[in-house]
Design a protein around this ligand. Structure first.
Ligand SMILES: Cc1cc2nc3c(=O)[nH]c(=O)nc-3n(C[C@H](O)[C@H](O)[C@H](O)COP(=O)(O)O)c2cc1C
Length: 199
């Protein structure tokens, strides 16, 4: 039975590369979210999704529920649909985010609308911040609300051990991010129920 007092949080693993680090970060984020207490948590791994680059002729913004997506994308679409909030876990590829994430975003539209999104990024010296900034820009077009708090793991290859961040501050930063997501998820769920967003 649905726990109506909790918000549905979808944690997205954005990288699909062989040998990727993304699932390690997403697993820790999901653990933080579960122990936070404000969420029903679901991890969606884009490596498990059929994400072709060839899009149908009509943009999903105008096509509504009848948008012709591949059958292998259905679990992703359903998860995005039922989400009240998102954490996007992303690495930085060439000062941006992976093509797999862009494809997942571009195949959808209403699934993001009037919902809050936070970013947990990782990379080298910039900690994936370029990726998060590009995502903020893109998701604003889909009428998502990007929250101010997030995490950026600099030099993740030394900053993580045994599946956890080395810095003891990370859990506190995650809590702030999750607190902000709870606040926005409640406010925006009520707003979505009161009136459709004027997209
Ligand atoms: C194609 C590619 C481009 C990359 N570009 C950057 C970059 O611009 N900045 C950075 O900090 N790290 C960069 N990296 C390093 C990644 O941050 C690192 O490989 C990380 O593990 C990638 O995440 P993943 O393992 O989940 O795929 C790049 C890696 C790849 C594969």
């Amino acid at each position: 039975m649905e726990n109506v007092s909790k918000h549905r949080l979808v944690v997205i693993v954005g990288s699909v590369r062989e040998g990727r680090f993304g699932p390690v970060v997403a697993s820790w984020v999901a653990e933080q979210a579960r122990s936070h207490g404000g969420f029903e948590v679901e991890v969606v791994d884009l490596a498990d999704v059929d994400l072709p680059l060839e899009l149908p002729a009509m943009p999903p913004k105008f096509a509504g529920d009848g948008y012709p997506r591949p059958a292998g994308m259905a679990p992703l679409t359903a998860a995005l649909d039922r989400a009240d909030a998102f954490v996007v876990v992303t690495p930085e590829y060439n000062h941006s985010y992976p093509a797999s994430l862009k494809a997942a975003i571009d195949w959808h539209f209403t699934q993001w609308t009037a919902k809050p999104v936070a970013f947990v990024s990782y990379g080298g010296g910039a900690g994936g911040r370029h990726a998060a900034q590009h995502l903020e820009n893109v998701l604003s077009e889909l009428n998502a609300v990007t929250v101010g708090a997030g995490l950026a793991f600099v030099n993740y290859f030394t900053g993580w051990q045994d599946g956890r961040p080395v810095s003891e501050d990370s859990a506190g930063y995650a809590k702030t991010m999750l607190d902000q997501l709870v606040w926005w998820a409640g406010a925006l769920r009520a707003a979505r129920r009161a009136a459709p967003y004027p997209a």
